[in-house]
Design a binder for this molecule. Structure first.
Ligand code: PHB
Length: 371
C-alpha cells in the first residue's frame, strides 16, 4: 500500500486520502442566472469519497464568464444554489472547495454586461482558441479591451466578494484559478501581458494581480483555506511566456511564503485535455522542476494522471496529493477504485459540456462481478 491512501493535513483540514477531484467545467448550471441546482448537488455528492473536491471553475462576476451555463458566485440565487451542493457533499462525508474564476479574454461579448468586449491585461487576442456564445454557438476569440489601471481594484474586489459568498454558501475553502490561460494567467505571462503600468513588465509586476487576489481571499478565509491553481508551460488558450521557470519560481515562492493550503500544479503534458485525450509529448515535468521551491504548503499534482503515475508521484515525493479530472467524470468512486485496483470506466467526451444527467450523474460505482 502506498502513501496515496494515507491521510493528508491541508491547513486545518484532514483529508482521508490523497486523491483530489480536479475542477471540471461541465456547463450544467440552471438558466437563467447560472445557478447551481439539485442535479449538480447529486453529481458532487456521488464523488464525496475524494480526499477533496475542487468545484468546477465558477465566475466571480458577469464579466468573468466565458462559456454558457457555467455557474457563478456573485448573486444571492447562486449562493443559495451552491448551499444545496455543499450540504449534499457534507452529508455524504466529503469536503469541497470552490474555484474562483475570471476568464479575461476567453469570453465573448454575448456573456458581457452591455454586450461589451471581454477584458484582459492587453488588447491581444488568444491565438488558436475559441469559446461559445451565450446561445452555444462556437466562436473565435475577439481582441479584448485592456483593463485600465484604475479598474484593477474592482477585479480584486470581485474575487474577494466571491470568496465571501463561497463562505456563505458553506464551502470548506477556495481555490484561486491562476491557470489555463484565464485572466490571472494572462497577467502572469508576457505573451498576453504587455502592460507598462505596475501590473506589467517585470515578473514581480506581472505576478502582482494574482498575489493581490490571493491576499484579498486570505483576508476572508485565512491562509490555510486557500489554494491556488497554476499551469506553467501551458499552451492552452494561446499562452506563452519568455521564461516560465523564472516566472513560476517567483510566483511559487511568494505563495509558499504565504503558507497557503495548497498549490494545484498542472503538468504541461495535459495542456489540451479539455479537447483531446492524448498527452502533449516532450513537455517538462512541472512537479520535479518546482517541488523544491515549496516548503510551507502542500503540492497537488494534476494533469494526465493514471493510477500508476499517482502512486509513483506520491512514492517518489514529487507531490503530496494527486488530482484527477477526466477519470472523475466517469468514476464517481475513483478513490475506492484506485485503492482496490479495480478497472476504470472510460469517459465519453461527447457529454463533457452541457446537457443533463446523461454522462453526468449516471456513471455507476464499481460493482464486483461476484457480488
Ligand atoms: C474549459 O471550459 O474548457 C475550461 C475551463 C477551465 C479550465 C480549463 C478549461 O481551467
Amino acid at each position: 500500500m502506498t502513501k496515496l491512501f494515507e491521510p493528508l493535513t491541508i491547513g486545518s483540514l484532514t483529508l482521508p486520502n490523497r486523491i483530489i477531484m480536479a475542477p471540471l467545467t461541465r456547463m450544467r448550471a440552471k438558466q437563467p442566472g447560472n445557478i447551481p441546482q439539485e442535479l449538480n448537488a447529486e453529481y458532487y455528492a456521488q464523488r464525496a469519497s475524494a480526499g477533496l473536491i475542487i468545484s468546477e471553475a465558477t465566475q466571480v462576476s458577469q464579466q468573468g464568464q466565458g462559456y454558457p451555463s457555467t455557474p457563478g458566485i456573485h448573486s444571492p440565487e447562486q449562493v443559495e444554489g451552491w448551499k444545496i451542493v455543499t450540504d449534499a457533499v457534507h452529508q455524504a462525508g466529503g469536503r469541497i472547495f470552490l474555484q474562483l474564476w475570471h476568464v479575461g479574454r476567453i469570453s465573448h461579448s454575448s456573456h458581457q454586461p452591455h454586450d461589451s468586449l471581454p477584458v484582459a491585461p492587453s488588447a491581444i487576442a488568444a491565438e488558436n482558441s475559441g469559446t461559445y456564445t451565450a446561445d452555444w454557438q462556437e466562436t473565435p476569440i475577439l481582441v479584448p479591451r485592456a483593463l485600465e489601471t484604475n479598474e484593477i481594484p474592482g477585479i480584486v474586489a470581485d474575487y474577494k466578494a466571491g470568496a465571501e459568498n463561497a463562505k456563505a454558501a458553506g464551502f470548506d475553502g477556495v481555490e484561486v484559478h491562476g491557470a489555463n490561460g484565464y485572466l490571472l494567467d494572462q497577467f502572469l505571462q508576457d505573451g498576453s501581458n504587455t502592460r507598462t503600468d505596475h501590473y506589467g513588465g517585470s515578473v514581480e509586476n506581472r505576478s502582482r494581480l494574482l498575489l493581490e487576489v490571493v491576499d484579498a481571499v486570505i483576508d476572508v478565509w485565512g491562509n490555510d483555506r486557500v489554494g491556488v491553481r497554476l499551469s506553467p508551460f501551458n499552451v492552452f488558450n494561446g499562452m506563452k511566456d519568455s521564461d516560465p521557470v523564472k516566472l513560476f519560481t517567483y510566483v511559487l515562492r511568494e505563495l509558499d511564503v504565504r503558507g497557503i493550503a495548497f498549490i494545484d500544479l498542472i503538468e504541461p503534458r495535459a495542456a489540451l485535455s479539455s479537447t483531446q485525450d492524448h498527452n502533449v509529448e516532450d513537455t517538462p515535468q512541472a512537479a520535479s522542476l518546482f517541488r523544491d521551491v515549496i516548503h510551507h504548503t502542500v503540492l497537488i499534482s494534476a494533469g494526465g494522471h493514471t493510477p500508476d503515475s499517482a502512486h509513483e508521484y506520491i512514492d517518489d515525493n514529487l507531490a503530496d496529493a494527486i488530482a484527477f479530472g477526466r477519470h472523475y467524470i466517469s468514476n464517481p468512486d475513483l478513490s475506492e477504485r484506485i485503492r482496490q485496483a479495480n478497472p476504470l470506466t472510460p469517459y465519453d467526451r461527447a457529454t463533457f459540456y452541457g446537457g443533463d444527467q446523461k454522462g453526468y450523474t449516471d456513471y455507476q460505482p464499481h460493482k464486483d462481478k461476484a457480488a
